[in-house]
Every structure is written in C-alpha cells, then in structure tokens.
Design a protein around this ligand. Structure first.
Ligand code: PSU
Ligand code: MN
Length: 308
C-alpha cells in the first residue's frame, strides 16, 4: 500500500464501482493561469466532467500527500498560492513528499499519481515536449518520458509552438507513444487547429479512443496514449498573432537566460501578456473542450472494461 497516496472518498467509490473517473492536473491551476480565473476554470472543468457523467479527480501534492481528488477548498488554496506552489515533476516527488510540502502536478506527475490510483484518463490543456533549440540545451520535457512509461491516456489540445513540434513527434515515435488526432489528421497547436504536422492516426469517436487504449492495456504495452483534440473553431486564434507572440517570448527568454523548469511557465506567461485576454479565453475553452471528450472517453472505457 502506498501510504503517501490519498484518494478522495468520491473518487475511491467511483473506482471501486468501475465508474468513469477523469484526472486533472494542478500546474495549470498554480502556474498556468492568473487568480481567480485559475480557480474558476478548475471548478468549471470539474463540473464539465460531472455533466459528462464522470467523476473528476484533480491531482496535486498537499502537505506531502499525493492527492487523487481535491476538494474545492484545496483547489482554492492551490490557485491562491499560485507560483509559490512548487511546480512538481517526477524528480521533485521524493523531497517534496519527505518534507511534507505542496506541489502543483505537471502532466508527468499527474499521470504518475493517476496510475497509482487506478485512473486511466486525464484531461489537460497542453503537454510539454522538445523545446526549440533542444539540440544544444537538451530541454526535453519529462512529460514525453512519462507518456512512454505510464499507462494513462492524456487528452490535450496538442502542444504550443513554444516547442519544436516536429522534434516532439519524432521523440514520441521513438518512445512508442501513439499520437491520435481527434477528428483530424493534423496535429493541433493548442491555440490554433493547425500545425502542418500529421498525427499517427485519426480517430472520430470516444468509443474508438477507448478501444485503442484498452488494446494497449490488454497487450501489456507500457506507456500511455496521446490524444490531441483541436480547439473549437470559434475560439481558435489567428496563427500570425500567436506565432509572433511566441517568437517574441522565445527571444526574450534567450536574452534573459531563462532555463530549466522556469522555461515553460515563463513562455506561457509572456505569450499571455503579449496577446492580452484573448489567449486566456482560448486556453479556458480548449480545456473545457478536452474535459468533455475525456468524460465521454472515460465512460466508454469503463463500459469496455467493467461491462457496465
Ligand atoms: N504547456 C501548456 N500549458 C501548461 C503546461 C505546458 O500549454 O500548463 C504545463 C503542464 O503542466 C506541463 C508542464 O506538464 O507545463 C511542462 O513543463 P516542462 O516543459 O518544464 O516539463
Ligand atoms: Mn524543461
């Protein structure tokens, strides 16, 4: 028994009964959006999952406990404390847990804790990947290694072009991670529906997402599956506006010598500043869109695996 893992009663009961559960990350709350929109969005995302017939499990580290299922008060705490909560990737878990500290979970640690709890489906905004210039900086997100290792389906809106999307896809191919486009053959680029890169497979229904993932689990293949779900047309941003902001943010990060775990939050905040409130609204809408798909997919997966 993992004594560091704390599953909320509601999530535990759903898992025991084979009902659908969807994991949600907390870096997006503490580091990804300003207060109070971060808390409002986190609660709306949870409600969207409930409306879709599944149980939300917001994941975080609080007082050294790995939480699968946060209360509204805990979400408020993580959102208000914001950047003061340590952004926690795989390498951060041992010391944070031993010290009894808080951590905002990235895609990596959310996948890890979801898997420990027995949760198979996870919805978020965007994942980390291979950064532009990684051939010299070696800045490659731990998210890609986790996707290679841990059996959780991650539903996102693709990746922002703060990353090198071509190298990110190459890396995922090497690691054996299926990259699926939901209703599209093209990898979506978070704020925009288009990147110019092809996904491995197009899938058009939650049922087929669930059956592909079940096949992976049944074969005992390690690792997850990446589902990329394009932002709804009406919330997508003009490509030139967003790409100009991203180029400017990267120039500034280079000039200031921003490195390591600061890089992604710095670029995200800078892009948001440069594009005003528009990008925040797009960001909120694409997360809600992913939550809807995740609830339907978790429902389909629970039907397949528990025969309910
Ligand atoms: N990309 C986004 N929004 C985010 C993140 C990435 O568009 O909020 C967050 C996620 O928590 C992701 C993490 O797991 O940043 C990746 O950070 P890094 O590049 O340091 O691994
Ligand atoms: Mn990094």
């Amino acid at each position: 028994m993992n004594t560091y893992l704390s599953i909320s009663p509601e999530v535990q009961q759903a898992l025991d009964e084979g009902r659908p559960v969807v994991a949600l990350e907390s870096t997006i709350i503490s580091h990804g959006m300003p207060y109070p929109q971060n808390v409002e969005t986190a609660l709306r995302v949870e409600q969207t999952i409930r409306d879709g017939g599944a149980v939300p499990a917001t994941i975080a580290i609080i007082g050294g406990q790995l939480k699968a299922g946060c209360t509204p008060d805990e979400i408020e705490y993580l959102g208000r404390k914001g950047q003061a909560v340590t952004k926690a990737s795989r390498r951060d878990l041992p010391v944070l847990v031993a010290r009894g500290e808080d951590g905002a979970t990235t895609v990596t640690t959310t996948m890890m804790i979801a898997a420990m709890a027995g949760i198979r489906v996870f919805a978020t905004g965007g994942i980390g990947g291979v950064h532009r210039g990684a051939e010299t900086t070696m800045d490659i997100s731990a998210d890609l290694e986790e996707l290679a290792m841990t059996p959780v389906m991650v539903i996102c809106a693709g990746a922002k072009s703060i990353l090198d999307l071509g190298l990110t896809l190459e890396y995922l191919e090497t690691k054996g991670v299926p990259v699926i486009g939901y209703g599209t053959e093209e990898l979506p680029a978070f704020y925009t529906r288009h990147s110019g890169f092809k996904v491995d497979y197009r899938i058009d229904t939650p049922e087929e997402l669930a059956s592909a993932f079940k096949a992976k689990l049944d074969m005992g293949l390690q690792g997850g599956m990446l589902v990329t779900n394009p932002i709804p047309e009406q919330y997508s941003m003009p490509a030139d506006v967003i790409n100009r902001a991203i180029d400017q943010a990267i120039d500034e990060a280079n000039r200031l010598g921003i490195r390591g775990k600061q890089t992604t939050p710095f670029l995200l905040a800078k892009v948001k500043d440069l594009t005003g409130g528009d990008s925040l609204e797009s960001n909120i809408q694409l997360v809600l869109n992913n939550a809807r798909l995740a609830a339907r997919t978790a429902t389909a997966l629970s039907r397949l695996t528990s025969g309910r």
